[in-house]
Design a protein around this ligand. Structure first.
Ligand code: CP
Length: 306
C-alpha cells in the first residue's frame, strides 16, 4: 500500500482485493464478544471532518477503537476553523502533535491530495468535494462480492445525481477496474460531460439502465451542492427516476439494492424498496466498519506494522 489512501484512482486491482480480503478477517473481530484487538496500540488517529457525516465518521471511530488506536475527532464547528484558520494551517497544527493518520472529509475536491503533499501523517480520504469517497466504494464492493461472490461480469446500474457524486466517481473507477459492466442513469442536467470516457454506458432511461441488472445503486439528490435548477421538482424527479418496485422488477430476480446514505425517501428511492427484501443498505453500513479497519491496518503497515 502507498503512504495514503486518496482515491480508488491510485489503487491497483490487487490492492483493492487485498483490502477486501483483509476486511473479511476484520469483520470476524466485530463478531467476537470482546470486539477489540491490539493491532494499532500506540498509534494515534485524528478524524478531521469539515462536512457532516453519520456513517463514515462513526464507522471510522468504531474501526479505530476496535484496533486499539488512540483516536479523537475534531469538532470543526468548535475549532479555530470558525475563526478563519485554513485547512493547511489546521492540518499543520494537528501534524505538530504527531498523529500517525488523519482521516479527512472536506468540501473541496483535492483537499486530501493537498494534505498528502504537506503532511508526514498518513492521509485517508473520507470524501473530498465531488471528487472521491474511496472507502465508500470499497465497502460497496465488499457488499456486492458478499452477495454475488464476484464483481467481474456483473451489471451494475448507478442511478441518481451523478454530477455531484464522489460516490459515483469512486464506484465507477473501482467497478470498471474489477470488470463490472457499469450503467449510469440520471437527468441530462445531472450527467457529467464525458462520462463514457470512464468505460460506462450512459442512459437517461432508468428502465434501460436497470434492465437485467445484478446491482442497483441509488445516489442521493444533493440539493446542498445545487446552486441552479437541475431538476424541475423533487416530485417530478421521483416520477421519472425514483426507484420503485416496478422499476426494480426489471432487474434480475436476485438483484440487490444499494444506497450509500443518507437517503431522500420518496425522492430517489421509494420506502418499499429501501426497506424491501432486496435492500442491502444497512449491510453496507455494517461492512463499512470492517473495510475501514482493513484500510487502517494496511496503511499502518499490515503484518509488518504489528
Ligand atoms: N455514505 C456516507 O458517506 O454517509 P455519511 O455522509 O453519513 O458519512
Amino acid at each position: 500500500m502507498k503512504k495514503d489512501l486518496l482515491g480508488i484512482a491510485e489503487l491497483s486491482s490487487e490492492e483493492i482485493y487485498l483490502i477486501l480480503d483483509t476486511a473479511e478477517a476484520m469483520r470476524e473481530i466485530g463478531q467476537r464478544p470482546i470486539k477489540k484487538v491490539p493491532t494499532l496500540r500506540g498509534k494515534t488517529v485524528v478524524n478531521l471532518f469539515f462536512e457532516p457525516s453519520t456513517r463514515t465518521r462513526t464507522s471510522f471511530e468504531i474501526a479505530e477503537k476496535r484496533l486499539s488506536a488512540d483516536t479523537l475527532s475534531i469538532a470543526v464547528a468548535a475549532s479555530s476553523v470558525l475563526k478563519g484558520e485554513t485547512l493547511v494551517d489546521t492540518a499543520m497544527n494537528i501534524e505538530a502533535m504527531s498523529p500517525d493518520m488523519i482521516v479527512v472529509r472536506h468540501a473541496a475536491s483535492g483537499a486530501c491530495h493537498l494534505l498528502s503533499r504537506i503532511c508526514r501523517s498518513r492521509i485517508i480520504n473520507a470524501g473530498d468535494g465531488m471528487h472521491e469517497h474511496p472507502t465508500q466504494a470499497l465497502l460497496d464492493a465488499f457488499t456486492i462480492r458478499e452477495h454475488k461472490k464476484r464483481i467481474d461480469g456483473l451489471k451494475v446500474a448507478i442511478v441518481g445525481d451523478l454530477l455531484h457524486s464522489r460516490v459515483l466517481r469512486s464506484n465507477v473507477l473501482l467497478l470498471t477496474k474489477l470488470g463490472a459492466e457499469v450503467w449510469v442513469s440520471g437527468p441530462r442536467t445531472l450527467v457529467p460531460a464525458g462520462m463514457e470516457r470512464f468505460g460506462v454506458r450512459v442512459s437517461t432511461s432508468v428502465e434501460e439502465a436497470v434492465a437485467d441488472a445484478d446491482v442497483i445503486m441509488m445516489l442521493r439528490i444533493q440539493q446542498e451542492r445545487m446552486q441552479g435548477a437541475f431538476i424541475p421538482s423533487l416530485r417530478e424527479y421521483f416520477t421519472v427516476f425514483g426507484m420503485t418496485a416496478e422499476r426494480v422488477a426489471r432487474a434480475k430476480p436476485d438483484a440487490i439494492i444499494m444506497h450509500p446514505g443518507p437517503m431522500n425517501r420518496g425522492v430517489e428511492i421509494a420506502s418499499e424498496v429501501a426497506d424491501g427484501p432486496y435492500s442491502v443498505i444497512l449491510e453496507q453500513v455494517a461492512n463499512g466498519v470492517a473495510v475501514r479497519m482493513a484500510v487502517l491496518y494496511l496503511l499502518a503497515g499490515g503484518p509488518e506494522g504489528e
